[in-house]
Design a protein around this ligand. Sequence first.
Ligand code: C5P
Length: 319
Amino acid sequence: KSFLYKLWKGDVSSKMLNPRLQKAMKDYLSTNKHGVRFKGKRNSKLTGDQLFCELKERVNVKTIDGKEAPFSTLGWEKHVPQIPLGKLYTHGFGSCAVVMSAGAILNSSLGDEIDSHDAVLRFNSAPTRGYEKDVGNKTTMRIINSQILTNPNHHFVDSSLYKDVILVAWDPAPYSANLNVWYKKPDYNLFTPYVQHRRKNPTQPFYILHPKFIWQLWDIIQENTKEKIQPNPPSSGFIGILIMMSMCNEVHVYEYIPSVRQTDLCHYHELYYDAACTLGAYHPLLYEKLLVQRMNKGLQDDLYRKGKVILPGFKAVKC
Ligand code: C5P
């Protein structure tokens, strides 16, 4: 049976990846750049429903609120939005779409279905213009990594991609989530452009994720995986899925678990081929996908044909 078929069934291990990806994963394990010291137990054998409830109980979408050092001392309480992310929409959203940037979404004709959701989440510099038929054109929220804010090629300050949407930025911090250490040495210095953008666009909701939230997700992935996962933050995709599970009644995730259109084309908007984009090298992406597959409430046929997974929102299910 093919790798893709096994992924749809949730029955894959990293041993089935190509040697180059396996080597990359091993190297990340030995480098342990973020100083991960996992104290939990691996391989807890939760069912999909139990895993959902575990996430619901433990996951707390936390953003920098300016109340902790060093941000408190630096006057960040007046830099961050007055209304926290979780309170922006008091009743949350009904149904939400999470649109992954995978090349496999090309020729999907999913655009209308995606736009029919109450809220649409996209990632980094993924465009809609020119790709409407496959990815839709509605964007409610964008999750951006710190490179988007700091790399001039992305034109963060003037690109329309980052206007009129809720922005949520993140940067890999040390596992200890020591904010002082992180502030002094972020992976990419997102703090300066963040404050500048907030000053210029005070009404745009724009948040920075708290490293505690990111590493809490990592712990849960590791606890529910037999193998040792890469000691690096989960991908933006997984982070986004969890943010939407906490804000929506139902979350439809597109081309995270690849459809029959699976391809090594990294992004639908870029001519660059690398299997690592779909299966992970730096991020524990394969393991994230196995957890999401385990919780899928959608039809198998939607998974094959649309690359779609349906997850309930946290408020929609009693645990
Ligand atoms: O590459 P980028 O992080 O901008 O893509 C957004 C998210 O989409 C990734 O974090 C990953 O979760 C998902 N993705 C994927 N397969 C790809 C490309 C992206 O699952 N080929």
